[in-house]
Design a protein around this ligand. Structure first.
Ligand code: AMP
Ligand code: ZN
Length: 466
């Protein structure tokens, strides 16, 4: 019985699906104006764990994701420039070229982290769903939920009695939070009201991307894209909608408001949110200027899978503070699993240990308690009485959730240049050319790895403690 925490009801609930054996899952995609940082990637790792747990339960997961390539303004509300235009100016390029470049980089980061991607036809950029967004705004207008201001078409939050139900924040609290916007947007009836469609006026006069609409040339607000894309790809309502905790107050609140006001049924039944990755105890963010990318980790000779393991060690609803030491510890713990798989490379997997599997399933089904599942895997590893073939079969099974590719250490764990040097060193040593093998050891160490001669042969490991 799979139980998940639902932000909407603020309870851990048994998952009830709309269709038998199928689940509709929508994960809010990235705003592609810069590299994704490892904080963003933590959220996609959490979502991947969720997807794998659903699949482990025998469900077919219909997974959809947007790519934000227009309309997400700096500050998440109706203020500031479009982030894509910021990126375009910074790099002297067209916003769509910026979007294409960073979207591809983002997807390659996900692949590096062994994250299962949605089917390509289930990934849709906002700029490719403009008619669907206009359609929802037309519905909202027809039902009296939208009004026209000087700068934009707005959603009238005061018309929706349960506006803010996701965050539990009252409209009165939201008003004070949005006070700055009042000054900027005198046309808004209520400060919490938000833009559905911006006109090419004032600060957006020269907005590069724009489309015709029943209200004039312009571009969509950020939230409407997710309402439109999720409905187009999954229908409404669908089962589970996810994102980072920063989406609760504004983005997801506004998605719910628009979709439910337009169509009179829920947008999604379960809302799940991943907690932040912190750095020096503060949120990692692009605007905070403290962000680290997957490429930064690679430059420090870590592998994406080390970072994936680090994220597995914390529950998705707990904050996780990033330090190089904790990444090093994750690497060490992960390598214990890889060492085991090296050790049993010739062992044919046997039966799965049913007791350990029972505990493992109980952990992952308890609101995705992956840290506990990981502890169970290590406990199994340390158990003396369990035969190797049983340990191997069980860990292969558990890895369906962990997604660590435990059977493929050489590809996953050691960079090719280090691997090449290690092979040369082994040859030199076999030929008793110790001067050469010592020299090669130094070269391997200079790349951040250590080489050991063990009874099972030469082993190469990442050096810890940078
Ligand atoms: P964005 O590209 O800003 O739309 O964000 C992409 C995803 O990353 C969203 O689901 C955010 O909620 C999430 N996110 C942003 N910052 C962090 C962070 N520091 N830790 C975890 N997730 C984050
Ligand atoms: Zn979204």
């Amino acid at each position: 019985m799979l139980k998940l925490y639902n932000t909407l009801t603020k309870k851990i609930e048994e998952l009830k699906l709309i269709k038998d054996k199928e689940v509709g899952l929508y994960t809010c995609g990235p705003t592609v104006y810069n590299f994704a940082h490892i904080g963003n990637l933590r959220t996609y790792i959490f979502e991947d764990l969720l997807k794998r747990v659903l699949e482990y339960n025998g469900l077919k997961v219909n997974h959809a994701m947007n790519i934000t390539d227009v309309g997400h303004l700096v500050g998440d509300g109706d203020e500031g420039e479009d982030k894509l235009e910021v990126g375009a100016k910074r790099e002297g390029k067209n916003p769509l070229d910026i979007a294409k470049f960073y979207a591809e980089k983002f997807l390659s980061d996900l692949r590096d982290l062994n994250i299962e991607l949605p089917d390509p036809k289930m990934i849709l950029p906002a700029t490719q769903a403009i008619p669907e967004q206009i359609e929802i705004i037309k519905q909202l207008e027809a039902k009296g939920f939208a009004y026209k201001g000087e700068a934009a078409i707005y959603f009238n939050t005061s018309k929706l009695p349960d506006y803010g139900k996701l965050s539990g924040q009252k409209l009165s609290e939201k008003k004070s939070g949005a006070r700055d916007e009042v000054v900027q947007d005198p046309d808004k009836k209520t400060p919490a009201d938000f833009a559905l469609w911006f006109f090419l006026k004032g600060k957006y006069e020269n907005h590069i991307l724009h489309w015709p609409s029943p209200w004039g040339e312009g571009f969509p607000g950020w939230h409407i894209e997710c309402s439109a894309i999720s409905r187009k790809l999954l229908g409404q309502p669908f089962d589970i909608h996810t994102g980072g905790v920063d989406h609760i107050g504004t983005h997801h609140t506004n998605e719910i408001a628009q979709s439910e006001a337009a169509f009179g049924v829920p947008l999604a039944n379960v809302w799940m949110h991943g907690e932040f990755l912190l750095v020096n105890e503060g949120r990692m963010g692009k605007s905070e200027g403290n962000f680290i990318t997957l490429d930064t980790l690679k430059k420090e000779k870590f592998l994406p899978i080390d970072y994936r393991y680090m994220c597995l060690q914390a529950h998705y609803r707990s904050q996780l503070n990033f330090t190089w030491q904790s990444l090093g510890s994750a690497h060490t713990a992960l390598n214990r699993l890889f060492d085991f798989f090296d050790f049993v490379s010739d062992v044919v997997p046997g039966q799965i240990d049913k007791n350990f599997e029972k505990d493992f399933i109980a952990a992952i089904e308890d609101d995705l308690n992956v840290p506990k599942a990981l502890a169970i895997a290590h406990q199994l590893l340390n158990e003396n009485i369990i035969p190797l073939e049983v340990k191997k079969a069980s860990l292969i099974q558990f890895d369906k959730i962990f997604g660590l590719n435990l059977t493929q250490r050489t590809i996953a764990s050691i960079p090719p240049e280090v691997d090449k040097l290690a092979i040369e060193r082994k040859t030199a040593k076999d030929q008793k050319d110790f001067a050469k093998s010592d020299e090669l050891r130094k070269q391997i160490e200079a790349l951040g790895y250590e080489v050991m001669d063990t009874p099972e042969g030469q082993k190469v490991k990442k050096k810890i403690g940078i």
